[in-house]
Design a binder for this molecule. Structure first.
Ligand code: ADE
Ligand code: ZN
Length: 336
């Protein structure tokens, strides 16, 4: 079996995926027409050409702008269905999906349209693609604590449909501690916690995410490498880092993929996983991320299997389901 086919066939969980970041330019224009939303780009090509980012903020500006075409249940369904079908082709068996309610409710879109549209697609994927999934409600960290509480309360009727809360958007200057109380409330209501930390922000933000927000895993976390004690703790406690290699290059966290620290984190025994973050903007879905790091960092087929195993371990799946997937990974013959 060729290595590409092997990596595709490995059962994988995608754990760091913003559903709004899967909005491909073609669907964006289709929804713009359907909803009569005027766009400042004449067409798909011009929009794609604008995807030249210098840092996280330069990406977020255009990403929030694109989300303006999402208005109705059906739009959220179509968006999630397109992603889930694409993920299936990459060998994704389970996806834990972020969404940003504040991006939509601030434009007058009811939370019902967002969650019900997404849930309809997730249900359809379980039935028709045998792909399981969970939803993670993210707070926008460039907004305040009050707004985060409002977002959590606004989604109250859907708490039972959510797996966890998360924290995303502009990292620098917005430490996790700003959200300590709203995370405590969410955890008290039975939700798990994850947070973006150590993407552009310092390792202290990773520590805050662990100690104040009590996260089960850290999204990105690549700057943890700057703090030896933190790195040891992440390895010892097997706290997963959901790493997004192509995203990190597009947003200039690393200049080139060859300089990425994923291989080193793996060698140091951390539970690192590979994910696509915002694939419509960063030029690759999860399989492309796996294959790109394999090439750039000279990772072996065993490393690919370890990354797939880590994604299952780091997921919120039940232990019995994890065991089934580990067995499938172990049963796949390694490529020559
Ligand atoms: N929202 C979508 N993608 C993000 C990222 N990579 N970091 C922070 N917030 C995000
Ligand atoms: Zn992200």
């Amino acid at each position: 079996m060729a290595i590409e086919r092997y990596v595709q066939a490995l059962p994988k969980a995608e754990l760091h995926l913003h559903i709004e970041g899967t909005l491909e330019p073609e669907l964006l224009f289709e929804l713009g027409r359907r909803n009569k939303v005027k766009l400042r780009f004449p067409g798909v090509e011009e929009l794609r050409r604008a995807y030249e980012f210098t840092d996280l903020q330069s990406f977020l500006d255009i990403y929030y702008e694109g989300a303006a075409v999402l208005l109705k249940d059906r739009d959220f369904h179509d968006l999630a269905w397109a992603y889930l079908s694409r993920a299936k082709a990459d060998g994704v068996r389970h996806a834990e999906i972020f969404f940003d309610p504040q991006t939509h409710t601030s434009r007058g879109v009811p939370i019902e349209a967002v969650v019900e549209g997404l849930c309809a697609a997730l249900k359809r994927a379980q039935r028709d693609l045998k792909l399981s999934s969970r939803l993670i409600l993210c707070f926008l960290r460039h907004l305040g604590e009050d707004e985060a509480f409002e977002a959590l309360r606004g989604a109250r009727r859907y708490w039972g449909s959510l797996e966890a809360v998360g924290l995303d958007s502009s990292e620098k200057g917005h430490p996790p501690k700003k959200f300590e109380r709203v995370f405590a409330k969410a955890r008290a209501e039975g939700l798990k916690a994850v947070a973006h930390a150590g993407e552009e922000g310092p390792p202290e933000y990773v520590l805050e995410a662990l100690d104040l927000l009590k996260v089960s895993r850290v999204d990105h976390g690549v700057r943890s490498i700057e703090d030896a004690a933190l790195l040891e703790r992440l390895a010892r406690e097997r706290i997963p880092l959901t790493v997004c290699p192509l995203s990190n290059v597009k947003l200039r966290v690393f200049k080139e993929l060859r300089e990425h620290n994923l291989g080193e984190l793996l060698r140091r025994g951390l539970c690192v996983t590979v994910n696509s973050d915002d694939p419509a903007y960063f030029g690759g879905y999860v399989l492309e991320n796996f294959l790109a790091v394999r090439r750039a960092l000279a990772l072996s087929p065993r490393d690919m299997a370890q990354l797939a195993r880590n994604s299952i371990e780091a997921s919120f799946l039940a232990e019995a389901e994890k065991s089934r997937l580990y067995a499938e990974i172990a049963a796949l013959p390694l490529p020559e």
